[in-house]
Design a protein around this ligand. Structure first.
Ligand SMILES: [Zn+2]
Length: 341
């Protein structure tokens, strides 16, 4: 088969790769229905995060189970499944506390921008649907695998509740789905920070009530203005830069919550500033597995359409263009079609 490999800065190749096989009795092999490019793939793509050697890419996936190892019990050949970017046994004490992305047996997935994928710890990592979903639902189910799960965790970590005033920093796919998540959790006011018209429009569709185009100190001032000088109850930080993190912390009301899911790159915090802000900070790699059953049900019941964040669809062999389009911000998120299912 052919799969996606990053060789260095802006050097994505679609090339011959070994077809994955069962290597542990707890593995499953999936024939992917679709895959996609993540905002976090852009860090190594842009050379901001160094890679030691050519690296197979992709960690968002859904598809049909082709084969399972002999210790796999609940996942069966022929089922449609969704999994997360972090594998989990879903039984250890950390999993039972809902932090499956820090499972004692965790592995981070890669190599999902390919037609076939090996998933370790299949029983704990994958969630199956009861029937095969229609083709129209594939983008929505794929979005659950990472971007929606991550946006949902940002909102959950930021303690979004019915009636909350929420601000979302970042208008990438995760930030936009953070807006959708906050709306689902009953937020009354959702302020999306974005200066790009197509993203503002999608934010509004997902439930944003206000748009703030200013950034940095001006962005903070604007949020304060919109909240009678108090600040937001909850802020979702979905970028990971010094500026976005400070914007999030400074936009919060005293005692408010920042949920941060943007992978931090070179961010440092002043503990004294935080001390006087009474801020609650909670974030990290999203435990998407915790939310998969609930989010898949919302999609299957037609309650949410997170797949709208895919504004570019390409055949898998054009993956390099998929990266370029996101790098140049011509696309919010690229879906890659396989011939899988
Ligand atoms: Zn575990």
């Amino acid at each position: 088969m052919k799969g996606t490999v990053l060789y260095g800065e802006r050097d994505i190749r679609f090339e011959d790769r070994p077809e994955p096989t069962i290597t542990k009795p707890t593995d499953a092999i999936l024939r992917l229905s679709a895959t996609c490019v993540c905002g976090s793939d852009l860090w190594p793509y842009r050379g901001i995060q160094a890679i030691a050697q050519p690296t197979p890419m992709g960690h968002e996936y859904c598809g049909i189970v082709e084969e399972v190892g002999k210790e796999v019990k609940s996942i069966k050949r022929g089922q449609f499944v969704v999994g997360s970017f972090a594998t989990s046994d879903n039984t250890c004490v950390i999993c039972r506390h809902g932090y499956q992305s820090s499972c004692t047996q965790r592995e981070f997935m890669s190599a999902a921008q390919a037609p076939y994928l090996r998933v370790p710890l299949a029983d704990g990592t994958l969630v199956a649907t009861s029937d095969l979903p229609s083709k129209e639902l594939i983008p929505d189910l794929l979005a659950v695998s990472d971007v929606l799960g991550t946006g949902w965790f940002a909102a959950d970590a930021a303690n979004v509740k019915a009636g909350s005033t929420v601000a979302v920093v970042g208008d990438g796919a995760v930030g936009l789905l953070g807006v959708l998540s906050a709306k689902q959790m009953g937020a009354e006011r959702i302020i999306a920070m974005s200066r790009h018209a197509p993203r503002q429009k999608l934010a509004r569709e997902f439930g944003a009530t206000d748009i703030v185009t200013e950034r940095g100190d001006e962005g903070v001032a604007r949020i304060k203005e919109l909240t009678k000088g108090i600040g937001a109850d909850s802020v979702l930080e979905c970028v990971g830069t010094q500026q976005s993190m400070m914007q999030a912390i400074q936009s919060i009301r005293p005692g408010g919550y920042v949920g941060y899911v943007g992978v931090p790159h070179g961010v440092s915090l002043n503990l004294e500033t935080m001390f006087y802000s009474h801020v609650h900070l909670h974030g990290g790699p999203a435990p998407v597995r915790r939310y998969l059953p609930e989010l898949m049900k919302l999609v299957l019941d037609g309650k949410i359409n997170p797949g709208k964040v895919f504004d570019l669809t390409l055949p898998l062999d054009q993956v390099a263009e998929g990266y370029r389009a996101m790098d140049e911000r011509r696309a919010i998120k690229t879906l890659l079609r396989t011939n899988g299912a």
